[in-house]
Design a protein around this ligand. Structure first.
Ligand SMILES: [Ca+2]
Ligand SMILES: [Ca+2]
Length: 134
């Protein structure tokens, strides 16, 4: 059973927060709700998250995935485990370097549900956070 205002799948509860945050601020926002940024085990969950983003008119949303420990090796943030399921956009992750920042965090693009590594401090046009919990 999910709390009021949370949306349920068979595996998780999700809530949409209409605010643009950096990855670390988004992660802290979810942690404050005893939740986390979405970690995606399957296409079913991926589609559900993408639909939530589109329903709310969001451009994209952060996922709980980063390559802080080893550049180019993206892992789920809470478990630090390599993903079994991925849905990278064509040519991603490309680890683009912009200024002093490499792309170490992962966003889901709402229109396609595809993933892109992005600068963690980039919050422009990231009009949303989705949090996930058991
Ligand atoms: Ca990187
Ligand atoms: Ca990228």
């Amino acid at each position: 059973m999910c709390p009021p205002k949370w949306n349920a799948t068979q595996q998780f509860c999700y809530i949409f927060i209409a605010h643009s945050y950096t990855w670390s601020a988004a992660s802290a926002t979810c942690a404050a709700l005893n939740a986390r940024l979405p970690e995606v085990p399957s296409e079913t969950e991926n589609n559900f998250i993408a639909n939530m983003l589109r329903t709310h008119g969001a451009h994209s949303g952060w996922l709980g995935m980063e390559d802080f420990a080893t550049e180019g090796e993206f892992v789920w943030a809470t478990s630090q485990e390599l993903p079994e399921y991925t849905n990278w956009n064509s040519g991603e992750p490309n680890a683009l370097v912009v200024g002093d920042e490499d792309e170490d965090c992962v966003e889901m693009i709402a229109s396609s549900g595809k993933w892109n590594d992005e600068r963690c401090e980039h919050s422009i046009h990231r009009f949303s956070v989705i949090c996930q919990k058991e």
